[in-house]
Design a binder for this molecule. Structure first.
Ligand SMILES: NC(=O)C1=CN([C@@H]2O[C@H](COP(=O)(O)OP(=O)(O)OC[C@H]3O[C@@H](n4cnc5c(N)ncnc54)[C@H](OP(=O)(O)O)[C@@H]3O)[C@@H](O)[C@H]2O)C=CC1
Ligand SMILES: Nc1nc(=O)c2c([nH]1)NC[C@@H]1CN(c3ccc(C(=O)N[C@@H](CCC(=O)O)C(=O)O)cc3)C=[N+]21
Ligand SMILES: [Mg+2]
Length: 307
């Protein structure tokens, strides 16, 4: 049976490491890292995430401000709030929860965020710097995936990673991050021909499509490491549950290791958001960064507590 990669525990360890750095910054530099999270509308799932982000930020000693705007908020009001937060020296990270109501253009919103405070890594400057192999702020979910992979596998160089999905939040930036770790990277998507065959070549298989149970056991090479990013909510009330893109029952008989849903990539995403906020705060104050650019760099204990 495949080893379960425990994202919940690793996320807690990363938050603890971030908390230590936050305490050090607070006491030696008088800098308290601040995170602002903006939610537009009342989507219950988004409310849960935003609350959890704020709660974890406070737990690690950061300042957390949550702005909840009504679903009918005009775009210019949201842009005005972002301009205010860009100018606020106590705010080092800004996150606008996606998706946004349809009358708001997400591109305009992402462009408006100061790239130095863009802890989601969605601003074109950060996207470009990541694609070029540089060290802007990278998106949190892919960072979490790389951390989980590095903790289980150690060195990633030379491994063939197959990523299912090419979204700007997960698939594309993950391809850049894994290239930076010297993986051989294949990105598959809805137009890929013979997906099962492509997947069977993977040493590392990452599923980020949003199709429950898409990846079956016979898509997986024996011993492969499988990362399940997908989160789909099924059922109501007592029957409510979260399911991933991987059919855990069949895949765990073939894979070497697998991340669970829940308790895998999700908690790591939030921990990486806090880590990005810490990095952003250090950079904005011209302080040395507590960590290397690469989450798989084992020389840096904060970044890679499992080395
Ligand atoms: N744990 C976490 O922190 C996060 C989890 N998620 C979850 O990850 C999943 C993906 O999210 P996101 O990237 O935003 O999704 P998107 O819908 O933006 O992208 C989905 C991608 O999957 C591809 N795809 C869809 N169906 C298939 C299929 N049958 N075969 C192959 N490829 C397919 C699409 O291809 P094409 O480009 O051709 O349309 C697209 O590239 C969701 O379940 C989401 O909830 C997302 C963000 C964070
Ligand atoms: N600007 C922006 N940045 C994001 O990073 C962003 C976003 N918008 N919109 C939505 C997606 C989704 N996302 C998740 C974060 C945490 C969990 C998480 O903590 N999941 C837990 C369970 C959560 C639960 O119980 O509902 C787990 O998988 O164990 C999941 C998904 C961040 N996203
Ligand atoms: Mg993300």
């Amino acid at each position: 049976m495949a080893t379960l990669i425990d994202g919940k525990t690793q996320a807690r360890e990363l938050r603890d490491a971030v908390a230590g750095e936050v305490q050090r910054l607070t006491h030696t530099q008088d800098v308290v890292p601040g995170l602002a999270v903006i939610l537009v509308g009342e989507d219950p799932a988004s409310q849960v995430y935003v609350r959890r982000k704020g709660q974890h930020a406070r737990e690690v000693g950061m300042r957390s401000v949550e702005h909840t705007l009504s679903a009918s908020t005009p775009q210019r009001e949201l842009l005005a709030l972002i301009a205010e937060l860009n100018a606020d020296p106590g705010v080092h990270g800004i996150l606008v929860q996606l998706p946004l109501p349809t009358h708001i253009d997400p591109e305009a919103v992402i462009h408006a965020i100061d790239p130095a405070k863009d802890v989601d890594g969605f601003h074109p400057l950060n996207v470009g710097s990541l694609a070029a192999g540089g060290k802007g702020l990278a998106p949190c979910t892919p960072l979490g995936c790389v951390r989980l992979l590095a903790s289980h596998l150690g060195e990633l160089a030379g491994r063939h990673a197959v990523i299912l999905g090419r979204s700007r939040i997960v698939g594309r930036p993950l391809a850049s991050l894994l290239l930076r770790e010297d993986c051989t990277v294949t990105v598959a998507h809805s137009r890929t021909v013979n997906l099962a065959k492509v997947c069977r070549q993977a040493d590392i298989l990452v599923a980020a499509v949003g199709q429950p149970g898409l990846v079956q056991g016979d898509w997986v090479k024996a011993g492969a490491t499988v990362i399940d990013v997908g989160i789909t909510r099924l059922g109501d009330g007592e029957e409510r549950r979260l399911v991933g893109d991987v059919d855990a029952a069949s895949v765990s008989r073939v894979a070497g290791a697998l991340t669970p849903v829940p308790g895998g990539v999700g908690p790591m995403t939030i921990a990486c958001l806090l880590h990005n906020t810490l990095i952003a705060a250090c950079r904005q104050h011209g302080l040395p960064e507590p960590s290397a650019a690469s989450p798989a760099d084992t020389s840096q204990p904060l970044v890679h507590p499992h080395a």
